[in-house]
Write a protein that binds this ligand. Structure first.
Ligand SMILES: [Ca+2]
Ligand SMILES: [Ca+2]
Ligand SMILES: [Ca+2]
Length: 382
């Protein structure tokens, strides 16, 4: 993991946002590696439950190689589910985006592709879905590339069977523009599936959150929301779910804003049809507090779905993990989990799982700093 730290610092830009982005990606990598392979340092909080490492793979292409996102789905319509990883590797000159489809039973790569546009190119997020309604699965990657002047957001729809790019778009607004999180969903008002991207762009003064709903068949943007509160504001994670069991699903964005003194977490639910804000909450504990990942599901068995956020807060001495379960309708807190740490610790990804037990579980991935290296962990919470 120390390689990754060096790598993030080597990026050929002095932009602080890029460093933060690099760190975030390092942490995402840690979460992913943890889920795929490195379970030897696993911390299992719920002792009635145990994870067992099965197949694994590790690799590098030329030099530093990172995984930034993993998803599962039948991408090639053969009836078997694949694991898909998106990330980037350094070819000695620049970062190349990297997309790999794995057989989960053997962890042998079925197909892979990599690319760069102009200069550094990275994948930050991956989704799977039938984006164009042709009955075949597509893989959708979100990320960014450096055009020599600024980072551009990049969105690509790949044929899941061949990894041939079917549709591509890229954009920047004013300056650096990033996609941090993507999801495929059915949004009312379009006969085509939609792709929802969350990220940020720099308007010349500060980063602003950028939430875009794309027609997945055409990659034409048909809904956009941007905002900032006080200073730098960004989306780190998006989800779409029918939280209130109404006619319209909600978009959930998790992210941060800087209030002039510290970074605050910002959680917002949106009406996906009107893009009106349904509920919003922000918070910090002591100092910098960040959402890294959001998940939605019926965790508490209430009448509305729950939103689970995970991330970190800094108590003035160190980063601590933070896990919160919210009532999806009004964003009131259902429960909070924390656990004592004496070394920098942060959680970077969260998922809800139904493992055939009487109630659902929350799976949280993250890492802590053992004074020499980052150590990955995964926790399961009841
Ligand atoms: Ca398959
Ligand atoms: Ca398709
Ligand atoms: Ca297609």
């Amino acid at each position: 993991m120390t390689n990754l730290k060096t790598k993030s610092n080597n990026k050929n830009t002095s932009d602080m946002r890029t460093k933060v982005k690099g760190m975030d990606r390092k942490l995402k990598l840690i979460a992913v590696l943890m889920s795929v392979a490195l379970l030897s340092v696993m911390i299992t909080v719920d002792t009635t439950f145990a994870l067992t490492a099965q197949n694994s793979s590790s690799w590098f292409w030329t030099s530093d190689t990172n995984v930034a996102a993993t998803v599962t789905g039948d991408v090639d319509n053969d009836g078997a589910v694949e694991v898909v990883t998106g990330g980037y590797h350094n070819d000695g000159t620049r970062w190349n985006a990297q997309l790999i489809v794995w057989n989960p039973l053997t962890m042998v790569a079925k197909r892979a592709t990599s690319w760069y546009w102009t200069s550094d190119t990275q994948v930050s997020s991956v989704a799977i879905g039938d984006a164009d309604g042709d009955g075949q699965s597509e893989i959708i990657t979100g990320g960014s590339f450096f055009d020599g002047t600024r980072w551009n957001a990049q969105l690509i729809v790949w044929n899941g069977s061949t990894l041939v790019a079917e549709r591509v778009t890229s954009w920047f607004w004013t300056n650096n523009t990033y996609v941090n999180s993507i999801i495929v969903a059915n949004i009312p008002g379009s006969s085509s599936p939609s792709i929802v991207t969350g990220g940020a762009y720099h308007d010349g003064i500060r980063y602003r959150s950028q939430l875009i709903v794309w027609n997945a068949s055409t990659l034409i943007a048909w809904k956009v929301q941007t905002w900032h509160w006080t200073s730098n504001t960004e989306i780190t994670s998006v989800a779409v779910a029918n939280i209130t069991a109404g006619a319209t699903p909600s978009i959930v964005t998790g992210g941060t804003f800087f209030d002039g003194t510290r970074t605050n977490s910002q959680l917002i639910t949106w009406n996906s049809e009107t893009m009106a804000v349904q509920a919003i909450t922000t918070w910090y504990w002591f100092s910098n507090t960040k959402i890294a990942s959001v998940a939605v599901g019926n965790y508490s068995s209430g009448t509305s779905l729950d939103i689970v956020t995970t991330g970190l807060y800094n108590d003035g001495l160190r980063n601590n993990p933070q896990l919160i379960v919210w009532n999806g309708t009004n964003l009131s807190v259902n429960s909070i989990a924390g656990w004592p740490v004496n070394l920098d610790t942060q959680t970077t990804s969260v998922a809800l799982g139904d493992f055939g037990l009487p109630s659902k579980r929350i799976v949280v991935g993250g890492s802590y700093w053992d004074l020499t290296r980052s150590v990955a962990f995964v926790n399961i919470w009841i």
